[in-house]
Design a protein around this ligand. Sequence first.
Ligand SMILES: C[S@@+](CC[C@H](N)C(=O)[O-])C[C@H]1O[C@@H](n2cnc3c(N)ncnc32)[C@H](O)[C@@H]1O
Length: 128
Amino acid sequence: MDRSEKSSRINAINQWYDRRMFTPRNAAHGGFQNYGYWDGSTGSWKEACENLMEHLLAFLPEKRGTILDVACGKGATTRYLLNFYKPENVAAGINISLKQLKSLRGECLRVHLRSNGRRRTGVQRWLV
Ligand SMILES: C[S@@+](CC[C@H](N)C(=O)[O-])C[C@H]1O[C@@H](n2cnc3c(N)ncnc32)[C@H](O)[C@@H]1O
C-alpha cells in the first residue's frame, strides 16, 4: 500500500468514527463508542458499555502491572480503567484520531502526535 492510499484509509477511518463520536448521542453514552454488553437487566447504553469493561477486566484477576488502552477513543474506556488501576499504571491511550485525543485535553498530561511515516497518536499520562 503506498503512502497516499494509506493516508486516504486513515482519513476514511477518522471520518467514520469522528462523525459518530462528537454527537449528543455519544455524550449520552458517557463518551463510550462501542456496542457494550447487554443482559436482561441492562438499563442503558452507558451501563452496557460499563458491563463490557467489567466482563473484559474479569479476565485479569490480578490487576497488576501497566495497562494500555489501544483505540481509546475519547477516553471513556481509559477513564474506566482508573477504577481498577492507579493512574501511573494506565500508561497511555492510543488512537488513530488526533481529534478524539485532543478532546482529552485537561484530562491527561499531554496529547502528542508522532509521525514517522506511520501516524501514531497517544496520550502520555492520565490525570485524575
Ligand atoms: C469502537 S471505537 C472504541 C473507542 C473506545 N475504546 C470506546 O469503547 O469508547 C474504536 C476506536 O478505534 C480507533 N481506531 C480505529 N482504527 C485504529 C487504528 N488503526 N489505530 C488506533 N486506533 C484506531 C477509532 O478512532 C475509535 O476511536
